[in-house]
Every structure is written in structure tokens, then in C-alpha cells.
Design a protein around this ligand. Structure first.
Ligand code: ADP
Ligand code: MG
Length: 728
């Protein structure tokens, strides 16, 4: 056997689970490494504590003197926890997280040392981060992006470093990260949702968006992953014949978790708990070696930070356990890929979930208001929602009959469908007392307080109402949740603003009562946005046809899907909601296109290398053995040999056929890549990569996978699917 593969397999077979001390997975350790309200109270003066509190609640600026005090206390806390360094922790547009560590330690002129951390260093930094993608906003001559403290996400200690969550913006003010637009979208939805919530309760003064993500991932042995150049360099397998046993038997889903994996999960959870990530559920997923982890939902900004942090922790913990986490949306062909459901809701500072029905008709009218407005927003911006989940990796899932299709639709369940169809018949204008009573008792009053068991039955929907929240299921497993959360909160904010204006117009212009006006506007919205509602099988071909008739878009590839992000309407949306300006929007679009092209380019190169340097030489090698064999048979059997060696001769020919197709297809792919590379326009280049280069991947793969089935297992150089996918 090829030494590389056999060494990896031997290493794997000899593994024992790494021992884990489980003592941290207890609630008393929760957030022990976070500078949260509890630790702040202990370390801050009353005055500074008040300063931080109001910065968190009302976005008030913290003055320098107080910043100094906070920095000093934060440093003392961090040193007491064994930290030696600090970093501004941010989320550049590469999608990951970035950090640059500085020591607290300072050398004085007289040679003595001092531990120092000032308010300035806490509040703002200028990392030399000019190599992050900026889509041309920041040319390298004035590479003065700076990071600024986000007090709404608490500082934490990761390893021996104090991490301070920050935004990352250009010197000229444009956002260079994922957090800045998210914070603005959250503030827009707060503003307009609060205004609408006041119709129902004057005491509401703040609305917060919540996010509960569910992270899916694959876990495979590190030695095996390291022995696959495609997995190492692209995060997914570019070839490999499917295993005879895959997920057909459904025996992995919710099955018992293998010991080694359990060790990894326990340590991952205890690390997460220390850092205040409220991880709660873990289970096996559908595909072999696929798992899921979900926390309790949190305020959206914090939840986004926690998901980014978690993805980082996963990699570190896995490597301790001699495993590798694959976050890619489609690491293996033929079995399910991974997503990241984004569960979203809005709640008030009076403790009400606006997407949860209640006991009274008034509560239910409030619920219907936010429910219908969300549907209306998703209908109006269905293409942007699709774009929010677009990435080269996620293109393998959306529309591939295992994840929601590339068509946006909303599933709401039978009961709410009935409620909406009754609301559609509400009389125009003023309502008679009987009509009002009927509406309150028989329509609004009929919504049960708990809808949970009536919903969540349709796994094929990209946007499903699941009892007291909407679940955006199209999001890919590698995504930074800031992107979908920015879109969803912005479109809902914009919609609620329009709703408030229309209701007020009816109250003032037509002297309708408040609830009459609300019923009237909701009725129109239900009529307008019906086309986005779909309860059937989202994987079916009929749905694709039906959706087309309804005018819903079906953008299957990333370059096509993200075009809408620079449309006039979307630019107006973001500018009106003060989330991003046109320059920022265009820069992001360009960065996404570049990233797409680069990913396909890298995959193409790696596939070419493997095909030419691993697969073909191995096939030739095996063919030579067959030729030797045929020669021998001829010597021994003389004339008779042709019948005796018939199958071998056939095999030799087949192998030649595959070899020559792989060779010619690879050469053609390289030609197309060369053509794509000289295209200057980022969109045209991405389209060329998508339409001209990528189609070769499946063709080349097909022939490589055929060879894998023919060539002697002993000779095959690449670790096989069946070897990677069944960790004990
Ligand atoms: P599943 O989708 O696997 O059936 P659940 O629906 O129970 O799982 O929960 C999935 C995620 O939704 C969890 O992270 C949970 O914390 C989150 N969640 C539950 N309620 C809300 C809510 N009101 N707002 C946002 N997220 C929520
Ligand atoms: Mg879910």
C-alpha cells in the first residue's frame, strides 16, 4: 500500500480516546473567563460600572477617564486569571476572526518593568492589518484601519490572552468587518420594532433581536485528513468513490456518540462554558461522522461572536484529540452536507417575545403584526435572503436535495395558514362591533399560546416558523452569522417602518381606530406576500416550476445569487436603514466575488494536481501489472490466451480510456483557468470560474472515482471514504 495512506491508517487504528477531565462542564464555571456584569461589579468602581452599563444599553460613549479605569480593572482581572497578553478581537471580511496579541508588560527606561493597559489601548487600536480584503476601500498607502471596542460583547480570556471584541473600520469611516453593519442593523430593527411595539404597550423602550444557531460539522481522524491534499487545502474531498455503506440505514442520526468523539465534545463544551457560550445540545447528524452542537439563544451580536469563537475553539480542541473538524458545507459527495440554522426572534425589554402568541387577543394581534411583517419583508427581499446564504461551499447544498432549495419561501404550518386566510377577509375601512368581536374571538383569539408541536414539520423549507421564532435554514456551516443576521434584521426594520407609516396614515387620514388600521394593513400585506408562503416539499421539481410562476428567483450559483446585493433597491434599503453606504456595499460585493474565484481556482489546482500526480501514476502502475500478467498468460497458454485473458485485456483498455479522459479534461480545465485569470472585472471572472472552470470538476472526478474502483486497493494512494467516515 502507498506508504502515506498506510501510515495514516495504522496511526488511526492505534488511537485511544484522549482522556478528558470533565470538571468544567458545570454551571458554576459558566463564563468564568468572561469579564461580564458579575466580574465587572467586583473589579470596577460604581462610576465605571455605570458607564459601561449605559454604553451597553443606550450606546452612550464612554469618556476617557472612565475608559482608563475600566482598562485598569480589566487588566487586573485578566492578570489574576493568568493572562499575559491582550488583543482586539475582530471579524474581518475573510469570514473568520483576527487577533494580534500585545503583552501587558512594558519596559521602562530604567530597565524595570510594568504591567500597563490604558483606556486608549482598550478603546481603539490601529492594527497593521492592511492585508485583509477591503474591496478597494483602503488602499495600502493609507492602510489605516482601526479597531474600536464593542462594549456590548464582553471581553474574555482565551488561552492566556485577554480578547476585546471590536469593530474594524477604515480611517475614512467605512466598515471593514462583519460586526459593524450587524450592529447598525440591530439598532435599526430596535428603532422601528420599538415604535411598532408601542402600539401594544407604551412601556416598551427597546427591542432586541435574538439568535440561536445550530452548528453542524464533520469530525475525522487527523492523520487521515492530513493524508488527503484536497481536504487539507480546500476543506473538502474533491474526489473519492462513495462508501458502500453511507447514510442509507439512518443508523448514525441521533445514534450513540463514538467514544473518541464524545471526548472531543466534552472538552469543547467545557471550553465553551468557560467562555460563556451557553452550549446545550449535542447529537449525531444524518451523515456518518457528522454532528451538531447548539447553544441556548442569546442577543444576536453576542450570539454571532460566540459562533465565531466556537468555530475557532473547535479546531483547537479537535487537534488535541487527534481529529480534524470540517466546517465545509459539503466535505463529502453522496452524503449530507452541513448547515447552520439561524433561529431568530425579537423581544422587548418588557420581557415579551414578539414572535410568540400569548393568552390575550391583544398579545396575539401583536404577534400577528410582527409575524406578518416578517413574511412581507422576506417576500419583498427574497432574492437578498438567498444572497445572504451564498458561498462557494454552500452552492453544493442549496438545491441539491438535502438542504433547502435556492428558492426562498416561508413555511408557517397549517394553523397559521388558516388564521392568515381568515384575516384576508377583513372588511375594508371601519369594522362593525360584531366584526371586531368575531375577529378577536374567532380569529386572533383562536391562536393557541403554544404552537410548537404544529410547526417544524417541514425540513425542506429555507425559512420556517417554528413556534416562537423563525428558523433561517439556508445558511451554510462555515458562514459568519453576521451576514444573514444583518440582512434579516435590516429588511424587517425597513418593513416595520413602512408598516408604522401606513397604520398612522389610516388612523389620521381615515380616522380608523388603531386595531382597525392594523387589521387593514395586515390584510393587504397578507394578500401581497402570499407568494412567498409554501407548505409543500421544497425539494420537488414541481416547486421549482411553481416558484417560477410566482416570480420567485432561483439563483443556483454564488456569482448569480449575490448580484442583487448591488441592485438599486438593496442599496436604497441599506442606506435608508443606515446600515451601509453604497461604497461599503460595492466593496463587499467585490470581496465576495474575489473570494469565490479564489476558492474555485484553488480547488481546480488541487484537483489537477491530484489527478495528474496521484491518480494517473497509480493507474499506470496497476495497468503495468495487468500487462505483465497478460504477457505471462500468453507465454503459458499460447493460442488459448486470448480467451483466458479477455477480462484483463478489457480492464487494460478501460483504464487507458479513463487515463486519457482525465488527462484531456485536466488540460482543458487549465486552459479555461488561464482564460479566467486574465479577466479584470471581478464579476465576469467569478462567472467564468463558475461556468467554465467548475464544470470540469465533476467530469474529472467521475473518471478518477471509476479508477478507484478498478485499481488494486493496495496501490491506491488516497485515503478512501469508508476509511474516513466511520470513526469508532
Ligand atoms: P431544532 O431546530 O434542532 O429542533 P430547537 O428548535 O429546539 O432545535 O432549537 C434550536 C435553536 O433555537 C436553539 O439554539 C435554541 O436556543 C434556539 N431558540 C429557541 N427559542 C428561540 C427564540 N425565541 N429565539 C431565537 N432562538 C431560539
Ligand atoms: Mg433547527
Amino acid at each position: 500500500m502507498s506508504t502515506f495512506r498506510s501510515r495514516a491508517l495504522t496511526e488511526t487504528l492505534n488511537r485511544n480516546p484522549v482522556e478528558v477531565k470533565d470538571s468544567n462542564m458545570r454551571s458554576e464555571n459558566f463564563a468564568s473567563h468572561v469579564f461580564n456584569a458579575q466580574s465587572m461589579k467586583q473589579y470596577l468602581t460604581a462610576e465605571s460600572f455605570k458607564g459601561v452599563k449605559s454604553a451597553i444599553k443606550d450606546g452612550k460613549r464612554i469618556d476617557r477617564k472612565i475608559a482608563d479605569q475600566i482598562a485598569n480593572s480589566m487588566k487586573n482581572w485578566a492578570l489574576s486569571m493568568g493572562a499575559t497578553h491582550y488583543t482586539h478581537w475582530f471579524q474581518p471580511l475573510t469570514g473568520g476572526t483576527a487577533e494580534k496579541h500585545d503583552a501587558f508588560f512594558e519596559l521602562l527606561p530604567d530597565g524595570t518593568t510594568l504591567e500597563k493597559f490604558s483606556g486608549n489601548e482598550l478603546v481603539q487600536q490601529e492594527p497593521d492589518a492592511s492585508s485583509f480584503p477591503s474591496g478597494g476601500i483602503r488602499n495600502t498607502f493609507e492602510a489605516r484601519g482601526y479597531t474600536a471596542w464593542d462594549p456590548t460583547s464582553p471581553a474574555f480570556i482565551y488561552g492566556t490572552t485577554l480578547c476585546i471584541p471590536t469593530i474594524f473600520v477604515a480611517y475614512t469611516g467605512e466598515a471593514l468587518d462583519n460586526k459593524t453593519p450587524l450592529l447598525k442593523a440591530l439598532s435599526a430593527v430596535d428603532k422601528y420594532a420599538t415604535a411598532v411595539a408601542k402600539y401594544f404597550d407604551k412601556n416598551v423602550s427597546k427591542v432586541t433581536a435574538s439568535l440561536g444557531w445550530e452548528q453542524e460539522y464533520f469530525l475525522i481522524d487527523k492523520a487521515l485528513a492530513d493524508a488527503r491534499p484536497d481536504i487539507m487545502l480546500t476543506g473538502r474531498s474533491l474526489l473519492g468513490h462513495s462508501s458502500a455503506k453511507g447514510q442509507q440505514l439512518d443508523d448514525h442520526y441521533f445514534g450513540s456518540i463514538p467514544n473518541r468523539v464524545m471526548g472531543f465534545m466534552r472538552e469543547l463544551e467545557s471550553e465553551s462554558i468557560k467562555l460563556g457560550i451557553p452550549v446545550k445540545t449535542r447529537h449525531n447528524e444524518v451523515a456518518p461522522n457528522q454532528f451538531e452542537l447548539a447553544p441556548i439563544y442569546e442577543e444576536a451580536n453576542l450570539a454571532v461572536d460566540h459562533n465565531s469563537l466556537l468555530m475557532d475553539i473547535m479546531g483547537k480542541v479537535a487537534s488535541k484529540h487527534n481529529m480534524k473538524v470540517l466546517l465545509h458545507e459539503k466535505p463529502f459527495a453522496g452524503i449530507n452536507g452541513s448547515g447552520k440554522h439561524n433561529n431568530w426572534s425579537l423581544s422587548t425589554d418588557t420581557g415579551i417575545n414578539l414572535l410568540s402568541p400569548g393568552k390575550t387577543p391583544m398579545r396575539n394581534l401583536q404577534f400577528l403584526t410582527f409575524f406578518v411583517n416578517t413574511i412581507k419583508a422576506v417576500h419583498a427581499y427574497e432574492e437578498l435572503m438567498r444572497a445572504a446564504a451564498a458561498s462557494a461551499g454552500n452552492d453544493h447544498r442549496l438545491g441539491a436535495n438535502e438542504a433547502p432549495p435556492a428558492i426562498m419561501s416561508a413555511f408557517i404550518g397549517r394553523q397559521l395558514t388558516e388564521v392568515l386566510s381568515e384575516l384576508e377577509n377583513v372588511t375594508d375601512g371601519k369594522l362593525s362591533p360584531e366584526e371586531k368581536t368575531d375577529l378577536k374571538l374567532n380569529v386572533v383569539g383562536k391562536i393557541p399560546e403554544i404552537l410548537l408541536d404544529n410547526t417544524d414539520r417541514n425540513r425542506t423549507s429555507p425559512f420556517a416558523f417554528t413556534g416562537n421564532k423563525f428558523e433561517f435554514r439556508a445558511v451554510g456551516s462555515t458562514a459568519n452569522c453576521a451576514t444573514p443576521m444583518t440582512v434579516l434584521n435590516t429588511i424587517v426594520a425597513r418593513q416595520l417602518k413602512a408598516f408604522k407609516e401606513e397604520v398612522d396614515r389610516l388612523i389620521e387620514g381615515k380616522s380608523l381606530k388603531k386595531d382597525e388600521a392594523i387589521f387593514n394593513v395586515l390584510r393587504e400585506y397578507i394578500k401581497d406576500s402570499k407568494d412567498i408562503l409554501f407548505e409543500g416539499n421544497g425539494y420537488s421539481e414541481q416547486w421549482a416550476k411553481e416558484a417560477k410562476k410566482r416570480g420567485l428567483t432561483n439563483n443556483r450559483s454564488t456569482p448569480e445569487a449575490i448580484r442583487v446585493k448591488v441592485s438599486k433597491e438593496v442599496i436604497r434599503l441599506y442606506e435608508e436603514m443606515e446600515v451601509m453606504n453604497e461604497k461599503e456595499i460595492r466593496a463587499r460585493h467585490e470581496i465576495e466575488l474575489d473570494e469565490y474565484s479564489l476558492r474555485i481556482q484553488i480547488e481546480g489546482r488541487v484537483l489537477g494536481d491530484i489527478a495528474l500526480n496521484h491518480v494517473i501514476p497509480t493507474a499506470v502502475n496497476y495497468q503495468n501489472t495487468l500487462i505483465e500478467n497478460v504477457r505471462g498468460l500468453k507465454e503459458v497458454f499460447g493460442k488459448e490466451f486470448e480467451t483466458i485473458a479477455r477480462d484483463q485485456l478489457e480492464l487494460i483498455k478501460k483504464i487507458s480510456g479513463h487515463i486519457s479522459t482525465i488527462t484531456s479534461k485536466t488540460a482543458e480545465m487549465v486552459e479555461e483557468r488561464k482564460k479566467a485569470n486574465v479577466i479584470d472585472d471581478p464579476e465576469k471572472k467569478a462567472v467564468a470560474y463558475c461556468e467554465k472552470v467548475k464544470p470540469y470538476f465533476d467530469q474529472i472526478r467521475y473518471h478518477c472515482d471509476k479508477l478507484e474502483l478498478m485499481v488494486d486497493d493496495e496501490l491506491w494512494p488516497l485515503v478512501k471514504y469508508r476509511e474516513m467516515l466511520f470513526t469508532r
